[in-house]
Design a protein around this ligand. Structure first.
Ligand SMILES: O=C(O)C1=C[C@@H](OP(=O)(O)O)[C@@H](O)[C@H](O)C1
Ligand SMILES: C=C(OP(=O)(O)O)C(=O)O
Length: 450
């Protein structure tokens, strides 16, 4: 629901060493999927570790509007009593997905093959993002969509009354598009096939299998071919949501750039389709190690130990790694400012259609803070100034984007002068405990007057 409220200006001041343990919240991608798949089962799904951020809470409300019973229990667990595949009821109000691209796109997929009509909206950020990438493949099932020019929300979808299965090659590297097609395929008879040329996060595939769907994945010359048998009976599950690597990125990067720091970030999901940032930081010379590597709930998990890293160097980030760290480029660009040399980030066109144009948002703030940034349609380069040399001392626009706001707050911990953002309120969409968690480590983030 960010973007509806009063802006919260925030300032982060240069601080002493960050120390201690950072228990970051549950994974946002897995949290959305737990609620949606729980709503598509008959029976009770129990979820612990759910991210209670605004994006996920909006998805919980949407599932209730479709007829599922979603309950937050006193012990912190959530339960979802679902309505079964194809059983979604028609909501009697507009579905507001707030700031969440994942929420709206996955829910569109989940309702696309049910015989109901649904109108979706969001905040100013979400209403500017492209939905054609999802409604185009959904049209192949027989779903109709009418929205604003350019495939923008608010938008009404009429679910296919008589859906047919689909074979679809995803044209952009997007787990949201892939997932929308798979969720729509659940209520189509026969096999739905989705092919992705570049592997993106695979939580939907893993979780569909976990909920009892028959789904196979094959690596071929054409790409990753995912085949789903339609109209399964999904079986309610008990889900333990791992902690979010995309949230872990903030305390990890803060420790790496702040002199004297030593921070442990326990229990982080390290699914290879999500862990690209950590590999990149290690290649840049960061003191970042995985401790206590183990497997939990079918996913690799480790404790991350990050220490101040005085010898960071810029690198060329391999474009093939982009999908596995797509949400982490804003904070990577901050680390790059404290490295020696150029960090070259190619193959990242998708950054321009997130909650903000993330290349533009970061480039503007970094440049104002004294850091040189070059950019093109699908690339950007940050020239680092080395430790102790980054001026700071400006207010950056967060553009309704939580990752931009948090990236600049991390930056202010190690610049010469404080860094501010005009609005930190979007942080609550994915990391509601960010200020407290960073403060407990020793950061000095304060809310400032508008
Ligand atoms: O499927 C998901 O949970 C997500 C997929 C990614 O978006 P795209 O599918 O647009 O790349 C990512 O940026 C987003 O934060 C979460
Ligand atoms: C891109 C993001 O989220 P979404 O697309 O779900 O809004 C993100 O969390 O960085």
């Amino acid at each position: 629901m960010s973007g509806h409220g009063t802006p919260i200006p925030m300032t982060s001041c240069p601080c002493g060493p960050l120390q201690g343990e950072a228990h970051v919240p549950g994974d946002k991608s897995i949290s959305h999927r737990s609620l949606i798949l729980g709503a598509m089962c008959i029976g009770e799904t129990r979820i612990t570790g759910l991210l209670e951020g605004e994006d996920v809470l909006d998805t919980a409300k949407a599932m209730q509007a479709f007829g599922a019973t979603v309950t937050n229990h006193c012990d912190g667990a959530w339960t979802v009593n679902g309505v079964g595949v194809g059983g979604f009821a028609e909501p009697d109000h507009v579905i507001d997905c707030g700031n969440s691209g994942t929420g709206v796109r996955l829910i569109m997929g989940a309702m696309a093959t049910a015989p109901i009509t649904v109108t979706f909206t969001g905040d100013a950020s979400l209403n500017g993002r492209p939905m054609g990438r999802v409604t185009d493949p959904l049209a192949l099932f027989g779903t109709q969509a009418v929205g604003r020019a350019g495939g923008r929300l608010p938008m009404t979808l009429v679910g296919a009354a008589d859906p047919v299965p689909v074979r679809y090659v995803v044209p952009v590297p997007s787990a949201q598009v892939k997932s929308a097609v798979l969720l729509a395929g659940l209520n189509a008879p026969g096999q739905t096939v989705v092919i992705e040329k570049e592997a993106t996060r695979d939580h939907t595939e893993r979780m569909l299998q976990g909920f009892g769907a028959t789904l196979t994945v094959e690596d071929t010359d054409e790409g990753r071919v995912i085949t789903l048998d339609g109209q399964p009976e999904l079986v309610a599950q008990t889900i333990v949501v791992p902690r979010d690597p995309s949230s872990a990125a903030f305390p990890v990067c803060a420790a790496i750039i702040t002199p004297g720091s030593d921070v442990l970030v326990p229990n982080i999901g390290l699914n290879p389709t999500r862990a690209g940032l950590f590999t990149t930081l290690q290649e840049m010379g960061a003191e970042l190690v995985y401790e206590n590597m183990r497997e939990e709930g079918g996913e690799p998990v480790a404790d991350l130990r990050a220490k101040f890293s005085p010898n960071l160097r810029g690198i060329a980030v391999p474009p093939a790694r982009a999908a596995s760290m797509i949400d982490e480029y804003p904070v990577l660009s901050v680390v790059a400012a404290f490295a020696e040399g150029v960090t070259d980030m190619q193959g990242v066109k998708e950054l321009r259609v997130k909650e903000s144009d993330r290349i533009d948002a970061m480039a503007k703030g970094l440049r104002a803070a004294g850091v040189d940034v070059e950019e093109g349609p699908d690339w950007w380069k940050v020239t680092g100034l080395g430790h102790g040399n980054v001026p700071g001392g400006v207010t950056a626009a967060s553009q309704l984007d939580h990752r931009i706001a948090m990236a600049f707050m991390v930056m202010g911990m190690a610049t010469k002068k404080p860094m501010s953002v005009d609005d930190g309120s979007p942080i609550a969409t994915s990391f509601p405990i960010f200020e407290d968690l960073m403060g407990a480590l020793g950061a000095q983030i304060v809310r400032t007057e508008a």
